[in-house]
Design a binder for this molecule. Structure first.
Ligand code: JFZ
Length: 437
């Protein structure tokens, strides 16, 4: 009898564990929809845009926080036009936009009711930036998402960590319970008012350290599960730029300036690429900076951006490409010009990126691949490289240039190996996408 009870209990708990861990239907569908988007625009915009020296200006210049915060009364981006921004993003081929609702400086781009007044409502501009963007995105069917900083350079109740302790905040009164209540209040507002697809967290690393043995230590328990549960309860996804292995409750694995598995920026050392969730690489359009910097000349070319999108897709990842609007509310001209050309490429070759997954062949430097169903796409990224050979999965019936529709020469060897050779005209350097059916 006793034995039976134990067995029943064991069986029941196994069922419960299963039910608890099985992802809910909305979640599975939302992750899948997100992964299919493949290309998004990241926006870093805040008071720092007025200082025009990048989003870390307060920290890197060791400024007094209260002196910095006075910029709130001078923030009046009179050229801000959400519809015009959305037009540029749509033209670029982007399927979503992720904006800094609140970056490390602590200033909120929406008229939040749960803070001490450090938000857009108290600027001369007054308008609800996130609200206007949400409407414009909805009209254009562009998914809106929010970046949200966990660390804070402004609030007195935030328990300063390794990075933030150097910011001069007067009369700090660290109180994580109070700070967490504030964050949860803001996140509730953000979701209920603007319906984002995901919340993208950043700043957890403010409380990370390496001990003598090189093991990860934490100086604060963020109790992130509570925050993630709140978000999931509203059917919104969670991403976290933690530079650490993903937690079970994180829906999207974030890679900062890094192709999954390559650790190119040094932030993802020993991080396993997750097989069971969507991946997203965020990256900069300007050299090493996210917020607007005056006089910037280091913009990537359209070819660079296309190659990045394609390389990310070939590794099952989305690319979230950043733009830093200026203090007047305009996107830098150079960024608009680059995105316009990227959009021309997408208009012809979008099928080789949207809704695809890793192609599994030619995952090299010069040629990478993506796949949708039985169709394989070969991306010739180096104009010098004209031909590749590989074993296709099934019988090949058609090989053509995706953009022009023109047939592409191919040969099938006796052992079934397929050789595809592209002809490239001068000037179409990054344009050679070959569709293999
Ligand atoms: C973080 C932010 O600090 C940055 O401003 C931007 O928003 C980016 C998307 O995310 O970037 C980081 C985070 C951590 C480190 C460096 C850059 N770090 O630990 O060295």
């Amino acid at each position: 009898m006793k034995k039976l009870t134990v067995m029943l209990l064991v069986a029941a708990s196994a069922i419960c564990a299963q039910a608890g861990s099985a992802p809910e239907q909305w979640n599975v569908a939302a992750r899948k929809a997100f992964a299919a988007e493949r290309f998004g625009i990241f926006l870093h915009w805040g008071l720092y845009s007025n200082y025009a020296q990048g989003e870390w200006y307060l920290q890197t210049h060791k400024l007094d926080e209260d002196a910095y915060a006075r910029m709130m009364y001078g923030f009046c981006p009179s050229k801000f036009d959400a519809r015009e921004w959305v037009r540029v993003f749509k033209k670029a081929g982007a399927k979503y936009v992720t904006i800094t609702a609140r970056h490390h400086e602590g200033f909120s781009l929406w008229p939040t009711k749960v803070d001490d007044g450090y938000n857009i409502a108290n600027t001369p501009f007054k308008r609800d930036i996130l609200g206007e963007l949400a409407i414009a995105c909805k009209e254009a069917r562009l998914q809106l998402n929010f970046y949200y900083s966990l660390l804070d350079w402004h609030r007195k109740d935030y328990p300063a960590g390794f990075v933030t302790q150097n910011v001069k905040v007067r009369d700090r009164k660290p109180d994580y319970a109070s700070y967490k209540r504030f964050m949860m209040g803001q996140i509730t507002e953000l979701i209920d008012r603007y319906h984002p697809g995901y919340i993208w967290f950043d700043g957890e690393w403010d409380h990370h350290f390496r001990d003598d043995k090189g093991e990860l230590g934490r100086t604060l328990d963020w109790e992130l599960d509570d925050i993630f549960d709140l978000i999931h309860g509203k059917h919104v996804l969670v991403a976290n730029n933690s530079h650490q292995a993903s937690r079970p409750k994180e829906d999207i694995q974030a890679f900062e300036r890094d192709l999954p598995g390559e650790n190119s920026a040094g932030y993802s050392e020993s991080i396993t690429v997750m097989k069971d969730r969507p991946l997203e690489q965020c990256d900069v359009l300007q050299n090493g900076i996210w917020g607007y910097r005056i006089g910037e000349s280091s913009f990537r070319t359209p070819e660079d951006v296309v190659a990045m999108v394609v390389r990310a897709a070939s590794k099952n990842a989305n690319l979230l490409m950043n733009i830093g609007p200026d203090g007047s509310g305009q996107l830098p001209e150079q960024a608009v010009a680059v995105m316009d050309k990227v959009g021309d490429w997408f208009a012809r070759n979008g099928a080789s990126v949207y809704g695809t997954s890793a192609g599994g062949v030619a995952d090299g430097k010069d040629v990478v691949s993506t796949r949708k169903g039985k169709t394989l796409y070969l991306h010739f990224l180096n104009p010098e490289k004209k031909s590749i050979t590989f074993k296709p999965q099934g019988k090949v019936t058609s090989v053509r240039n995706l953009a022009t529709g023109k047939p592409v020469a191919f040969e099938v060897a006796a052992d079934g190996a397929l050789t595809v050779t592209v002809e490239r005209a001068a000037g179409d350097g990054f344009d050679a996408v070959v569709e293999v059916k």
